[in-house]
Design a protein around this ligand. Structure first.
Ligand SMILES: [Zn+2]
Length: 119
């Protein structure tokens, strides 16, 4: 999972060229949010499944990454217990970010439906 915080794009909703948040899962763009108007696009019908796949891929690469780190910086082995303790909180934070993109998209979709119905 990667979130690009300050991508400069032109929003298709408000038309402003400005900062957007971009959410990448497994190196694929899955969601975006305009910092100007909050318009959120989710480009996957199964964003939580995509997140689970992203975590599984990272987990599969973990042994090689840790082995490489142990060879390059053996003293960092001392930090592994601390990193392991913090990992669940990091994953919770990631799930929260994915949920926020999904919630914002659903809220904006409902608001758009209400506007159409009331007009
Ligand atoms: Zn916008």
């Amino acid at each position: 999972m990667r979130v690009e915080e300050d991508a400069i794009l032109t929003c298709s909703t408000c038309g402003v060229e400005g900062e957007h948040e971009l959410l990448y899962l497994s190196d694929h763009l899955r969601a975006s949010r305009c910092r100007s108007c909050g318009a959120t696009g989710v480009y996957s019908p199964h964003i939580y499944a995509d997140y689970a796949r992203d975590v599984a891929e990272r987990t599969a690469r973990l042994p090689m990454r840790l082995a490489g780190e142990a060879i390059r910086r053996p003293t960092h082995l001392l930090l592994w217990p601390w990193k392991a303790l913090r990992k669940p909180f990091g994953l919770l934070d990631e799930v929260g970010r994915v949920y926020t993109f999904d919630r914002d998209r659903r809220c904006r979709t409902r608001a758009a439906v209400r506007r159409v119905r009331s007009s």
